[in-house]
Write a protein that binds this ligand. Sequence first.
Ligand SMILES: [Zn+2]
Length: 75
Amino acid sequence: MAEPIQIQPNIHCEPCKECGARPVIAQNRKGFMVTCPTSKKHYATAPGLVNIDEWNRFNKKSPLLTSNPYNSKAS
Ligand SMILES: [Zn+2]
């Protein structure tokens, strides 16, 4: 199995909503997946092109729970 690929720090990724880890890119025969480095059971996007948007949509916290200081950073 190939080692997971780190996602560049300048790319916005939501942390895993199960464990808070930054996602990594894994590869299998079908293509690339954005997945949790702790466990693929937490979440992995469908194999194919790298789909960080899909990861972010799934792991985005509810707007009602905006206590995350990372979200208040001015851009
Ligand atoms: Zn996780």
